[in-house]
Design a protein around this ligand. Sequence first.
Ligand code: S6P
Ligand code: ZN
Length: 183
Amino acid sequence: DTIINEPKRVFRDDHLGGEGVDKSIRKLKDLRGIFKDERAFENMDPETLVYEVISYLPVKEGTQGGVYFGVTSIFPGSVGGEYFMTKGHFHAMIDRTEFYWGIKGEGVLILMDEQRRVWAEKMFPGSFHYIPGRVAHRVANTGKELLSFAASWPSDAGHNYEEIARNGFAKRLIDINGVASLI
Ligand code: S6P
Ligand code: ZN
């Protein structure tokens, strides 16, 4: 009654302990086919860690009216000049929206609508992003250090990875002479 409890913490390594917490890691071998330069990909160690996601999922997936929270951390690196990035997805319930905000490092949020129009927003500590419904989203780490960002999305959104696995995004974020270019 008079006790003030410890809050959850949202940073890497000491965050969000306890029930409802899910940690997933993505290595290069889990990301086959998403980078353009397949030769560069084959020459890299498949065990290379690309990103991890720690999610706080307090209600069952699919619950209406619930909300989820997660922190994604993408390591610095590239495959043939294409920055390390998340798989990217539409939501399974395609009209579901999401917030992202930058915590640490530098990156770019790449967005694509159903007509395959692509646009992008810079991410940095304190940057804030609203992802409308019907918009696929992917994040690339363009910096030399870890990129961490937080996300919050509805618990009935789900993930549709197939569309992006099949057709990718219409543009890629490539390092051209040290400049991140969407081409
Ligand atoms: C979930 C949200 C994020 C991503 C995470 C990894 O809706 O957008 O938590 O899951 O950034 O990206 P991906 O594309 O591998 O799920
Ligand atoms: Zn999402």
